[in-house]
Design a protein around this ligand. Structure first.
Ligand code: CUA
Length: 350
């Protein structure tokens, strides 16, 4: 076997392996995402996410096309101009302006096409929806949870954002401490939440579902535990949710819940409220209206179950390091019995 053979066999093998790896990675990420609430850009669930996905798919196709052409040209050159041990000089083209020109043109056209093609997509993101028909939501970042205000309805909630399906939701976001970023990948919208400055963007969900997001800007100890869920309902269900959120908290129906309410009013109301029409007295503490109806607690860290809520009240730091909760069994501000009564009360708010 001639000496040059092995070298390009290795090169060709390298090309094939890298194409296979890229293909496998793409197939893997496009496959049905795992877990109940996947955070992926590859399963768009709204027009923004769809636009983003199309722009990305186009990029990948274009880059793959260039990669294939480059591989073919490389293979051609390797074979055509291989050292065959002959005493010959191949035509020298270095410095030939014709070749230089073609190379530059291909490069420039390719880069211009890549730079310009996402512009229509960007226009989709820029067009902030306006008017009465649009649902306005203020998204306020806190260490480490999200506050949601519906200014048109005077309603507040935390960590789980309810929206109607098929309607543009105009979001105004800011932060009350450090920089956070709100993103729900399957709905496409993403924006920094900045202290002292309001910025705007919008999201929309095509079909009902629960879409999970994650704070996207490193914001301190529990940044990774600052999750959010967008719950998209059909319009009627959303209206019902909004109406309920604006009505006073239901009265306790058991003795334990009644005791829980008493504890709540004694130790929790300095910071929290169960009134969905008010901001919390301490704006750094989440609104707890209809907490029993939420799917998660602790800013999306734990499933909302009585056991998990009890764990949270015993020792919030064990669930979420740095959490600003000052009331806990561990700190001695409530007893284990108080905590159990609080769990009964808060979980009864549905
Ligand atoms: Cu908030 Cu990271």
């Amino acid at each position: 076997m001639r000496k040059g053979w092995r070298r390009w066999a290795v090169l060709a093998l390298g090309q094939v392996v890298s194409l296979l790896v890229a293909g496998a990675a793409l197939a893997q990420s496009a496959a049905e995402p795992e877990g109940p609430y996947p955070q992926t850009l590859l399963k768009p669930a709204g027009p923004q996410a769809e636009t983003l996905y199309e722009a990305m798919a186009w990029d990948i196709a274009f880059i793959t096309f260039i990669g294939v052409i480059a591989s073919i040209v490389t293979a051609f050159i390797l074979i055509r101009f291989k050292d065959r041990g002959e005493d010959r000089v191949v035509p020298q083209t270095h410095g030939d302006p014709r070749y230089e020109l073609v190379a530059w043109l291909v490069l420039i056209v390719g880069l211009v096409v890549m730079a310009l093609h996402p512009l229509p997509a960007e226009a989709v993101f820029e067009r902030q929806p306006e008017g009465e028909a649009v649902l306005q939501v203020n998204v306020i970042g806190h260490q480490w949870w999200w506050e949601f205000e519906y200014p048109q309805y005077g309603v507040y909630t935390a960590n789980e954002l309810h929206i109607p399906v098929g309607k543009k939701v105009a979001i105004t976001t800011w932060s009350e401490d450090v920089i956070h970023a709100f993103e729900v990948p399957r709905l496409g919208g993403k924006n920094d939440s900045l202290p002292g400055r309001k910025t705007r963007f919008w999201i929309e969900a095509d079909k009902p579902g629960v879409y999970q997001g994650q704070c996207f800007e490193l914001c301190g100890a529990s940044h990774a535990r600052m999750l959010t869920r967008v719950i998209a309902h059909p319009q009627d269900d959303f209206d019902a949710w909004l109406k309920k959120q604006g009505t006073p908290a239901p009265e306790p129906t058991t003795d334990l819940a009644a005791k829980g309410k008493q504890v709540f009013n004694t130790v929790c109301t300095a910071c929290h409220t169960v009134d969905g029409t008010k901001r919390s007295p301490n704006t750094g503490a989440p609104n707890l209206a209809y907490m029993g109806a939420r799917t998660s607690i602790g800013g999306g860290v734990l499933k909302n179950t009585p056991e998990n809520l009890l764990q949270w009240l015993r020792d919030p730091q064990s669930v979420k390091p740095g959490a600003k909760m000052t009331v806990s069994v561990k700190l001695g501000s409530i007893t284990e019995d108080d905590a159990k009564a609080l769990v009964e009360y808060l979980e009864s708010l549905k």
